[in-house]
Design a protein. Structure first.
Ligand SMILES: C[S@@+](CC[C@H](N)C(=O)[O-])C[C@H]1O[C@@H](n2cnc3c(N)ncnc32)[C@H](O)[C@@H]1O
Length: 227
């Protein structure tokens, strides 16, 4: 199992539903200012944001590097593929990457990704994403938590050091014969300074809003326009 598939398996035990809804509301209200008919959701997860945008009449496509996430999207009838976003066909009025997706990429990969997304935008297209602030990493994300359900036990252990958050997920899942299967994977997230977003050739950073998702000023919303 890949680390992103283990995240997909464990996500429902993380208690992030409320924060996810709050983020979706924020993105939706930002997108309302634009005439968006087509949307690409990079790191679409289970497709919750696409479902909301489809109900607003927007044609949506999602990509995610977790095959598990994509199979859940497809079960919901969504247009979703487990491919690198750079390989997506077509152009879109808006592209979004919601809930930490940019933090999963290292600086060089991130810059390459953003320049590739500029190529996938129609003229006047917008790209919206959120990133964790230093405070969001050091004071909110770092630490340990555990949670369980009838058939699962999850422990999460996160350490922020040298601008990287290493989060170890350990999941025990009950099998048919009353035994438990153990899964363990680490996800690394990278802190990014705002200045890297101001030097892109294909995208212009037109707005940044630091806000509180869990705690004081833990996230920044970035809004780019195609140059
Ligand atoms: C915290 S989840 C958020 C999922 C979804 N956007 C939501 O708001 O529910 C981050 C997602 O990003 C995906 N991901 C991480 N790196 C990615 C990449 N380079 N390209 C596409 N998806 C990525 C993960 O598999 C995961 O589904």
């Amino acid at each position: 199992m890949t680390n992103l598939d283990l995240y997909a398996k464990a996500e429902h035990l993380l208690g992030i539903e409320e924060a996810t809804e709050a983020l979706y509301d924020l993105y939706r209200s930002e997108l309302d200012d634009y005439d968006v008919k087509t949307l690409l959701d990079v790191g679409c997860g289970r497709g919750g944001f696409m479902q909301r945008m489809i109900s607003d009449g927007v044609t949506c496509k999602g990509v995610d590097l977790s095959a598990l996430m994509i199979s859940e999207c497809r079960l919901k009838g969504l247009d979703a593929e487990c491919i690198n976003a750079k390989d997506v066909d077509g152009k879109y009025d808006a592209i979004v990457s919601i809930f930490d997706v940019l933090n999963f990429m290292q600086k060089e990969e991130l810059i390459e990704f953003l320049e590739a997304m500029a190529e996938k935008l129609n003229d006047d297209g917008i790209f919206i994403a959120d990133i964790n602030t230093l405070y969001g990493f050091s004071d909110v994300a770092e630490g340990t938590m555990s949670n369980d359900s009838e058939n699962e036990f999850l422990s999460v252990d996160a350490l922020f050091e040298n601008n990287e958050l290493h989060t170890k997920f350990t999941l025990f899942e009950k099998t048919e014969n009353e035994c438990f299967t153990k899964y363990q994977e680490t996800i690394v997230q990278y802190f990014h300074k705002i200045n890297i977003f101001q030097k892109l050739s294909g995208l212009k950073l037109v707005d940044k809003q630091t806000f509180s998702l869990y705690d004081t000023e833990d996230k920044t919303l970035l809004i780019f326009k195609k140059r």
